[in-house]
Ligand binder design. Structure first.
Ligand code: AMP
Length: 326
């Protein structure tokens, strides 16, 4: 039986028109995997028409731009969606109007949409999977310098610069291979890391307003008024999400970002306890240690924080039990 990678390659070879999507509110891995794959395919099959589509890239213009694609172009096309676990989160809902649909992702496979599904939850990032695909067929798939830059950006983005536990020896091997393609990695790392002055000021606010308990559960609520005061929109909050985790006694946390519509976007992170169980209870999902959800109002915000607190408490109790058994 052909491997899923071979099946995906065959599908790519069989279609003249390929349209690639990713999730809403893109992060570097969404764009890295989507446009990285598009660039691999452009370099490998110059005769094919390859498109990258989706909503605004929200501050990541230095990585890539989207293309306008007319509805008719979906007829008879292959559509590939990268880095997106659930179909409602795919950016540009025309993704299911092609002839064949492929899902490539590294999140838990909560919704296996698509005719071909390749999910690897052990991959650090979806971009790592795109590199794996390309390196699996070196005689057919070629990486350009731009493809390598984008894929590298996705890996750096999703691993927090190789910090998070999803970083494996394989991740580092792939990153090392990509560096040989000659893009300016120092510049890219700087672009990924740098923040605007207003986000720097908001970072100060975040550190000042962390609420936490004795078990390392923490929360920061960013009300609409505060976001207005700092002149910040939702898409600019990504850089502040990891901040509570830099504090040694914080174990798991949520950042609640008040939206213009009145609900709260919930961004959950953890250094140990599995928090995507909480995300799933609140219209969300994601990775075990990095997930997202939505809270209707402050009452639901309170419930989510209480759930994080319970999880952290349980985590230390389990740790203590393990220690006692040793
Ligand atoms: P974020 O906090 O938006 O950076 O999201 C962290 C992770 O959770 C990402 O892998 C997202 O794909 C996932 N995620 C965020 N929001 C949602 C949601 N509403 N539903 C499902 N997954 C989500």
């Amino acid at each position: 039986m052909p491997s899923i990678r071979q099946e995906i390659l065959s599908a790519i070879q069989n279609y003249d028109r390929i349209i690639i999507h990713r999730h809403m509110r893109p992060d570097p891995d969404a764009l890295g995997s989507q446009v990285g794959l598009a660039e691999v395919l452009r370099a490998s099959f110059p005769e094919k028409a390859i498109y990258q589509v989706g909503g605004p890239v929200e501050g990541l213009e230095y990585l890539a731009q989207m293309q306008e694609v007319a509805d008719e172009l979906y007829q008879g096309a292959l559509v590939i969606v990268t880095d997106t676990a659930n179909s409602p989160r795919v950016s540009d809902e025309r993704f299911n109007q092609g002839e064949l649909l492929i899902k490539i992702d590294h999140h838990p496979n909560d919704e296996p949409y698509g005719d071909l599904v390749w999910v690897n939850t052990h991959a650090s990032s979806c971009s790592e999977m795109i590199a794996d695909l390309a390196f699996s067929f070196p005689d057919i798939l070629k990486l350009s310098t731009e493809a390598a830059r984008l894929i590298y950006a996705g890996i750096v983005g999703d691993t927090g610069r190789f910090l998070y536990p999803a970083t494996t020896a394989h991740t580092l091997e792939i990153a090392g291979k990509l560096l040989n393609y000659g893009f300016d990695a120092a510049l890219l790392n700087r672009q990924l890391q740098q923040i605007s002055r207003k986000v720097a000021r908001l970072s100060g606010y975040v550190y000042e307003h962390i609420e936490s308990d004795e078990n390392g559960a923490a929360q920061v609520i960013l009300p609409k008024e505060t976001l207005e005061e700092f002149d910040i929109v939702d898409s600019e909050t990504s850089a502040i999400v990891p901040l509570p985790g830099t504090i040694d006694d914080i174990l798991a946390w949520a950042i609640f970002v008040h939206q213009p519509e009145g609900y709260y976007r919930v961004r959950l992170r953890s250094k140990g306890p599995i928090i995507n169980t909480i995300a799933k209870k609140h219209h969300g999902g994601g990775h075990p240690l990095a997930s997202g959800a939505n809270a209707r109002d402050l009452a639901e915000v309170k419930v989510i924080y209480q759930e994080i607190q319970a999880l952290c408490k349980e985590y230390w109790e389990e740790m203590e039990e393990v220690e006692q058994k040793q």
